[in-house]
Unconditional design. Structure first.
Length: 505
């Protein structure tokens, strides 16, 4: 029981320490300072960690080169890098840029706090017929809306090379063409979609909770269908989001952020020639029963895996065997799915287990160790099942069920490989979330939902349309902030706790 009591007292002790440190700061400025520190840490800390890891890697490479040179072996010449402390200083100073995320956080929180005081006084003077509770809610909503609009506009004002393009204009009568820089909007799209997702979660959750309260107050029972819908809402949100993300990863990779695309590629461990073949099936470049010049793509894969070259010729193999999808793991689709699960489980455990073991240091003990290992194994099983279900969904459509439902003729095989097989894998993979703890399902679902919504929208759009995104962000943030101040529990996950801590006086 001793470790438990210590763990309970520790956060309270830390909170008291923070309150003592904040005592000299005016009450109105405390949320601003908390928001800036939180934004600065979230923006700078990952970059500093990356810089440290790169520096350690360079030191190791330098020592290897020195050892090789000492042994009279030619060393690898490396390009000169900026000194570590120079880079560190640049990163630390960059976080203080008024057009970056930390200042955005401070302006958002500080503006909403300041504007609430002003709007509340105005409403108490000009809208006395409105109830006090309604005035408080209106003042909070409009204050946050205004602060959100201004702070996002500040963040969007920073130019970015990724959201600009240079065009050459040929004006009449001009002796030489002129270059013109066109600026695009969309730099803050991910942040906006994150706010939209959270606002929708708050609104839907509140409406559903009120529906339940009305039914119970009226003496009506909460039906089994409604209970099942409540339990399956979060898994369904995650599964639907993953379906859009995986479809985009397969057919429209430019709609995903580069780092996110690369992470999925590492987890999937797929031969890119397979992806190209199925992409060309969808575009019509590769057609079964015809020689369209696409045979070299898969025949190269046949040589690598020592398969018959005829397997890679779409004019002969209709369709190419499912064993090629298994990439050397034999003809059985079920064995391939199991092998995928085990491989992905090991890959995920190498990441999750060390992270979970670090948390054991907070409360050392056998129980904590067992809990950490169990949590890592559960998360790894979820990821392993995700990948296995995706691949098995492809096999279901290509071999196990698809041909028996759609037919085995050439046209049916073309339809299956033109998108049905990939779509089946996309639809199945996300349901692996049922392996995870119910408490984590909502957090994971709310993490992937904005990324799924981003696949339906252009990453860049005309600059003059940016006000629409700004208005959506402002309205969504106003909903979330207003809800946090009235009912913290309604804003689910870690975000609700963080916002409640930042916004409290």
């Amino acid at each position: 029981m001793a470790p438990t009591s210590t763990a309970v007292r520790s956060p309270a002790r830390q909170q008291n320490t923070l309150r003592k440190l904040e005592e000299p700061i005016p009450l109105l400025l405390r949320p601003v300072l908390r928001a800036f520190i939180l934004g600065y840490g979230s923006a700078v800390a990952p970059r500093v960690l990356t810089l440290v890891l790169q520096h350690v890697s360079r030191l190791r490479q330098r020592s290897k080169n020195a050892a090789a040179a000492k042994g009279r072996v030619d060393g690898v010449s490396c390009a000169p890098h900026e000194p570590f402390f120079v880079s560190l200083g640049r990163l630390l100073r960059g976080g203080l840029d008024p057009q970056r995320f930390p200042t955005f956080c401070a302006a958002l929180v500080g503006g909403s706090t300041l504007f609430e005081v002003i709007i509340s006084k105005a409403l108490s003077t000009w809208a006395q017929s409105i109830s006090p509770l309604a005035r408080i809610r209106l003042s909070r909503w409009f204050a946050t809306f205004t602060a959100s609009w201004l702070s996002l506009t500040l963040l969007q004002s920073k130019p970015s090379q990724a959201f600009s393009a240079t065009v050459v204009e040929h004006a009449e009568g001009a002796t030489s063409p002129k270059e013109k820089t066109i600026r695009y909007a969309g730099r803050s799209l991910d942040l906006t979609l994150f706010a939209v997702t959270r606002a929708l979660d708050v609104i839907v959750g509140e409406l559903w909770a009120r529906r339940k309260q009305r039914r119970l107050a009226a003496g009506k029972s909460w039906t089994a269908a409604e209970s099942a819908l409540s339990k399956l809402a979060d898994p369904a949100m995650f599964a639907t989001s993953c379906a859009f993300i995986m479809w985009a990863w397969f057919y429209h990779p430019y709609k995903l952020r580069r780092a996110y695309y690369s992470w999925i590629k590492s987890a999937a461990a797929v031969d890119l020639r397979l992806i190209k073949a199925l992409q060309r099936c969808r575009s019509g470049e590769l057609r079964y029963g015809e020689d369209t010049g696409q045979a070299p793509l898969l025949q190269e894969m046949c040589r690598d895996y020592k398969w018959p070259l005829a397997w890679g010729d779409p004019a002969v193999a209709v369709p190419f065997p499912c064993e090629m999808v298994h990439m050397g793991r034999g003809p059985s689709c079920e064995y391939h799915a199991l092998a995928r699960f085990l491989r992905s489980f090991k890959w995920a455990m190498a990441t999750y287990l060390p992270l979970n073991l670090i948390l054991v240091a907070r409360s050392p003990g056998l129980a904590s160790l067992r809990k950490s290992v169990k949590s890592a194994a559960r998360s790894s099983a979820f990821l392993g099942a995700y990948i296995a279900l995706f691949y098995y969904g492809v096999c279901l459509a290509r071999t196990r069920l698809g041909p028996h439902v759609l037919g085995k003729d050439t046209a049916a095989r073309q339809r299956i490989d033109s998108g049905i097989c990939v779509g089946t894998g996309c639809a199945l993979c996300g349901w692996s979330i049922l392996i995870e703890k119910p408490g984590r399902v909502a957090n994971i679902g709310l993490f992937v939902a904005p990324r799924a919504m981003a696949t339906l929208l252009p990453r860049r759009y005309p600059w003059d349309k940016q006000w629409r995104e700004t208005a959506v962000f402002a309205a969504s943030t106003a909903v979330v902030f207003t809800c946090v101040l009235e009912n913290k529990a309604r804003v689910r996950g870690f975000l609700g706790t963080v916002l409640a801590t930042v916004l409290e006086p």
